[in-house]
Ligand binder design. Structure first.
Ligand code: GUN
Ligand code: ZN
Length: 440
């Protein structure tokens, strides 16, 4: 039994304008899709959310004398979730390249070799997490390098900050520098050992991570398939259909496959826990297979624009029943910020003739991505019983934002302004498991 002084010691009341989504907003006036409390509060106890609602009601439930943080008039939301990011590309961001395959060969495959050095990996893992938290991101699905020690470094750093994160070592045994290649057997053995060390440990989960079909032999994709069969509750993450030259090369390597998606289908890599980065140039058959397998297509707008890869067809995929997530894809992506990412996402969809309403954007960065990761019972919402990962946002963080806010706004307009003009300067505080963690 928890005695009352222990409960009091671990309780904390966070006050502000509280916003948490319940369902996917259908339009910018869909007020049934979220809970919103103008003078709201979140009561945190032992790293979990104990209650959310009107301040007066929540304060009445709290133990007397507990610490309170008053963030009024800022918005309090669930921490942002990034469904596809490469931790060893923290120093690749902003590299001048023509397109995907050049960028991989000229920068990424050079940089990732540094992660053979575990101490270097530790150093960058800490900086990587600092950046995430400064930008209000509290959960990521991350790729490591080919070196298992890079993933150990990442998980250790995540554990030190009590973050809920997913990661995996990339499996790659061809079409890359020798120093970055494992083998089908070593990738299987290393992945198995990492799963044993980290999967389900605290807030950490493992993703079986064949980088993409170009850098895996059929034997390695068979090894990945064996891992998926042995560990069906692990995630799977890879890249799919990002760029025309990539697709052409991929299909030449797997001539018997009907298409790119058919390769992953053949090796049993699709399913509810599979996260597929990009998914831009897909045929009708491929879209159908993604929908039927319940796989997740991950929209990476800043990366798709930066590398000139193409325009994601959100409406087409959604209408076909494909589950969708959104992500930065650092270092192909150009911003750590989910606000900047959704701003670019909005523009990509404008070019497609599609509209992304501002409520839907903030749903996607929070509950939408939590659902894509099958984690909506844990993160992406401020519902009681979920984990207290929280971001606090200031819609007047810069002079330009203040100028625009002075013209007046309702909630949807304010969110759109945060997305269009906001970045890490708009993030006042980030809480992980109830603890304030934003560094200056
Ligand atoms: N395809 C295979 N590897 C990568 C990567 O690191 N980044 C992107 N954007 N695409 C990839
Ligand atoms: Zn990627």
């Amino acid at each position: 039994m928890v005695n009352s002084s222990m409960a009091q010691a671990s309780q904390h009341l966070i006050r502000g304008r509280v916003l948490s989504f319940i369902s996917e907003p259908q339009d910018s006036g869909d007020s049934r899709s979220y809970d919103y409390y103008e003078d709201g509060a979140v009561l945190v106890e032992g790293g979990l959310i104990k209650a959310m609602g009107d301040y007066a009601a929540i304060a009445a439930q709290a133990m007397p004398g507990i610490p309170q943080t008053d963030h009024r008039p800022y918005l309090i939301m669930p921490g942002f979730i990034d469904a596809h990011i490469h931790f060893p590309q923290s120093q690749v961001i902003a590299s001048y390249a023509a397109e995907l395959l050049d960028w991989l060969n000229d920068y990424t495959f050079i940089e990732e070799q540094k992660y053979a050095d575990e101490q270097f990996g530790e150093h960058i893992a800490e900086r990587f997490i600092d950046e995430l938290l400064r930008h209000g991101t509290t959960t990521v699905a991350a790729y490591g390098s080919v070196h298992p020690q890079s993933v150990d470094a990442f998980f250790r750093a995540s554990e030190r900050r009590a973050m809920r994160n997913i990661a995996g070592k990339v499996m790659m045994d061809r079409n890359a520098p020798a120093a970055l290649c494992d083998t089908a057997q070593s990738s299987y053995d290393d992945t198995k050992a990492l799963i044993a060390r980290w999967h389900g440990k605290g807030r950490l989960d493992y993703a079986i991570t064949p980088r993409f079909a170009i850098t895996s032999t059929p034997a390695q994709l068979e090894a990945a398939q064996a891992l998926v069969r042995e560990y069906p509750d692990c995630y799977v993450q890879t890249h799919l259909s990002e760029n025309h030259a990539e697709i052409e090369f991929t299909c030449s390597l797997y001539p018997d496959a009907p298409d790119y998606t058919g390769i992953y289908e053949h090796y049993g890599l699709l399913g509810e826990k599979t996260l597929l980065g990009h998914c831009i140039h897909l045929s009708g058959r491929e879209v159908r297979i993604l929908a039927e397998s319940r796989s997740v297509a991950v929209f990476c707008p800043t990366s798709n624009l930066f590398l000139g890869s193409g325009l994601f067809d959100r409406d087409g995929l959604r209408d076909a029943g494909v589950r969708i997530a959104v992500a930065t894809d650092i270092g192909g992506g150009t911003s750590w910020s989910m606000l900047r990412t959704l701003d670019e996402g909005y523009k990509v969809l404008q070019l497609r003739g599609q509209r992304l309403n501002p409520l839907a954007s903030f749903y996607m960065m929070t509950l939408g991505n939590a659902r894509a990761l099958s984690m909506e019972d844990k993160i992406g919402t401020l519902q009681a019983g979920t984990e207290a990962d929280i971001v606090v946002l200031n819609s007047r963080a810069t002079a330009a934002m203040r100028l625009r806010m002075d013209a007046g706004s309702n909630l949807a307009q304010e969110l759109f302004l945060l997305q269009t003009l906001g970045d890490d300067r708009a993030v006042v505080q980030t809480y992980v498991a109830g603890k304030a963690v934003k560094s200056a």
